[in-house]
Ligand binder design. Structure first.
Ligand code: PHE
Ligand code: NA
Length: 495
């Protein structure tokens, strides 16, 4: 059997963009920009995009294209003992999948609620008490599975499963080519309405007004770099798998460049959308905008519903917002599950249908933990560790392996240049050998010290040990064990 391939260049870019654009662009980026100097944040952000995002994307596209395999095979080909790093990335992706799907499930529920604003006049109480039924739960005391959460989560699984099951071209590419244009149209439509509401301009003013005093602050730079790795889905097996399906003569650097630019462009659109709504909301409630700005779960499921209550035609704008959130989440979800599935196919030689069924079946079972009363809390701890230790750690290891141990960057640069419209220079090697690892080291170091000194989010040491450090340790051990399992012989044409 020949390795599957994307049907077209546009199809590949849509799929890569579908992975990159996710919940993070909508609920993380706007807040980060606002928190870290508003308009002035764009300087570190652009710097991080150019010095880390674009070169990292070119590196992963080249590696996937050259090695024609998912992360474990890529690393195994770089060095037999390195396969575990590929599995570590795959396992991080797996863990992210099982809680990411829960948020998509909530988003599907809220899509339903938004037609009649059934969250009522107190969206805060509605979300935490009525919807999640969060009581005195904790990550180690989850309570029961909530069927009204489980059902939308299963819907999210079915959509993800059918895309991955149907193959690279017939499933993932086809879904992305519908989802991405739809997403852009919805967000632009929302902006066209929101930006003309009273107060919206003040909201935008808050987002873009530069506070240059923040530029000298190291934490602002580390926020910008952390966001770039996360937002581009690099360093955790996804882009390696996607680029392994590129036809032999594909362009690399220009594709990488476009993927990064479209993702970051979308983030700015999302920022405009979110801050227009927040500005309007502050105006209607007669409070300062600083009172209503939030990030993450609280933004999407409490603040936005509150704002929707105040909107003209809430039954149109509300569903539009939650459909956009759902679509952004699903296209990322598909990419994470593909990263895992394609690694399983490479290792076992199973058919795609069999591998996808096993992966989604196991992941669905695990994800029910996040549909319990305490699901949100478990999600919060696991998400924090995956982002701040798992992804950043695996990005750093990948750079150290490719850039220092194997000194493979000049070769990858040539490899990309031989087949790309866009020529890259030695800056590529410099950024990935020195700038990015140095900054990652600082961020990881700061995160470690912070976690050890202050814990996180007020969770008990036991919970942090078990679902944070313990989980990361288990993933490392598991990846070493999986590496030792026998690998199915590669199919003739695949070699
Ligand atoms: N790039 C995604 C985002 O910005 C992050 C992500 C992708 C997370 C895929 C998980 C899986 O939201
Ligand atoms: Na993103």
């Amino acid at each position: 059997m020949k390795r599957e391939q994307w049907g077209s260049r546009v199809g590949f870019i849509m799929a890569a963009v579908g992975s990159a654009i996710g919940l993070g662009n909508i609920w993380r980026f706007p807040y980060m920009a606002y928190e870290n100097g508003g308009g002035a944040f764009f300087i570190p952000y652009l710097f991080a995009m150019l010095s880390a995002g674009i070169p990292f994307m070119i590196m992963e596209f080249s590696l996937g294209h050259k090695m024609r395999g998912a992360a474990p095979r890529v690393f195994a080909k770089l060095g037999r003992r390195l396969e575990w790093l590929g599995w570590f990335q795959v396992l991080v992706a797996f863990v992210i999948a099982v809680y990411y799907v829960a948020v998509i499930g909530w988003s599907i529920s809220y899509l339903g609620f938004s037609f009649s604003q059934s969250w009522g006049s107190d969206p805060n109480a509605f979300f935490f008490t009525e919807y999640l039924q969060l009581g005195d739960n904790s990550p180690s005391n989850l309570g029961n599975i909530q069927s009204h959460i489980l059902v939308p989560v299963i819907i999210a699984w079915l959509i993800t499963f059918s895309a991955v099951f149907s193959g690279v071209k017939g499933g993932i590419e086809r879904a992305s080519k519908i989802m991405m244009p739809l997403l852009f149209i919805m967000v632009i439509g929302l902006i066209l309405r929101m930006a003309f509401l009273p107060g919206a301009i003040e909201g935008l003013n808050y987002l873009f007004k530069p506070d240059f005093s923040k530029i000298m602050d190291a934490s602002v730079w580390s926020a910008a770099y952390g966001q770039i790795f996360f937002t581009l889905s690099v360093g955790f097996a996804i882009m390696l798998a996607y680029s392994s399906y590129l036809p032999k003569d594909s362009d690399i650097s220009n594709n990488a460049f476009m993927t990064v630019m479209i993702n970051c462009g979308f983030s700015i659109l999302a920022g405009i959308m979110i801050f227009s709504i927040l500005g309007y909301m502050a105006d209607q409630q007669g409070v300062a905008i600083t009172e209503v700005v939030k990030a993450g779960v609280g933004l999407a499921f409490v603040t936005i519903p509150t704002a929707i209550n105040l909107l003209p035609a809430p039954y149109i704008l509300g569903p539009l917002f939650f459909l956009a959130l759902t679509v952004a989440g699903l296209s990322s979800m598909i990419s994470i599950i593909e990263a895992v599935t394609s690694a399983v196919i490479d290792k076992t030689g199973y058919s795609r249908k069999k591998a996808a069924t096993i992966v989604c079946g196991v992941a669905l079972a695990v994800s029910t933990a996040f549909t319990t009363n305490g699901g949100l809390l478990l999600l919060d701890v696991v998400d924090y560790f995956m982002n701040n230790v798992g992804i950043l750690g695996s990005c750093l290891l990948e750079l150290l392996v490719v850039g220092w141990m194997l000194k493979g960057l000049p070769e990858l640069k040539e490899y990309a240049n031989r087949r790309s419209e866009l020529m890259i220079g030695d800056w590529f090697v410099w950024c990935l050998r020195f700038i990015s690892p140095a900054i990652l080291l600082v961020i990881l170091g700061t995160n470690f010290v912070g976690l050890l000194q202050n814990g996180y989010g007020g969770y008990s040491q036991f919970d942090l040990m078990t679902f944070g450090w313990g989980l990361v340790t288990i993933l490392v051990v598991l990846s070493v064990i999986i590496r030792k399992l026998p690998t199915a012989p590669m199919q003739a044409e695949e070699k």
